[in-house]
Design a protein around this ligand. Structure first.
Ligand code: SF4
Length: 188
């Protein structure tokens, strides 16, 4: 059986596939080494959900572990509103929604459906502005695109040559640990 891919790494893979390799190398070490400020705030937003402090309503499922055998992915959802059949991912701030973040939401939705939950709508919730941002449900083309993306992720070889993108490196939390660049990140 192949290893399951963590849903939380999908956005990082699009940002830079090599960062996933670095994450796997350093994940056993002290998190303060690579969790710079923007990530820390996002992490705290998630902890409110993980510690189940954000709501006590019984019609809301929080931090439910999910997995999909079909895609070989696993992770946790933020919120599922049972009556509305709506899956929600909380973010502290969403100036722009990246494709990888949409893939993460789709991934959670595919997992929930495979586990027998009905999901009729998906959305991001921006904590800083108290705003709900609906996202289109994936159609069959989107599902194919997602499947191909997961295959690319699974087959990625960190030994292959690539040219780092300096614009990404300077905002990368692994920059100071990465052997592909001499740059410092902007959080140093
Ligand atoms: S520092 Fe650059 S090359 Fe290294 S993981 Fe980050 S984005 Fe990728």
């Amino acid at each position: 059986m192949e290893e399951y891919i963590s849903i939380s790494t999908l956005n990082d893979f699009i940002f830079c596939p090599y960062s996933i390799y670095l994450h796997n190398v350093y994940m056993e070490t002290d998190e303060t080494m690579y969790h710079a400020s923007p990530q820390t705030r996002g992490k705290l937003a998630h902890e409110a959900t993980d510690n189940k402090t954000s709501t006590n309503r019984s019609d809301v499922l929080l931090s439910l572990p999910v997995y999909s055998e079909r895609f070989g992915i696993m992770g946790k959802i933020d919120q599922y509103k049972v009556k509305e059949k709506r899956l929600i991912e909380r973010k502290y701030q969403l100036k722009k929604i990246f494709q990888g973040q949409i893939y993460q939401l789709w991934a959670q939705m595919f997992c929930m459906r495979e586990m027998g939950y009905q999901v009729e709508s998906i959305a991001f919730y921006e904590i800083s502005t108290n705003k709900m941002i609906p996202v289109d449900m994936p159609n069959s083309e989107d599902e194919k695109e997602f499947e191909e993306f997961i295959t690319r992720f699974r087959n990625y070889d960190p030994a292959q040559n690539f040219t780092p993108n300096p614009n990404k490196c300077e905002h990368c939390i692994y920059c100071n640990l990465c052997d592909k660049t001499e740059m410092e990140n902007v959080y140093s």
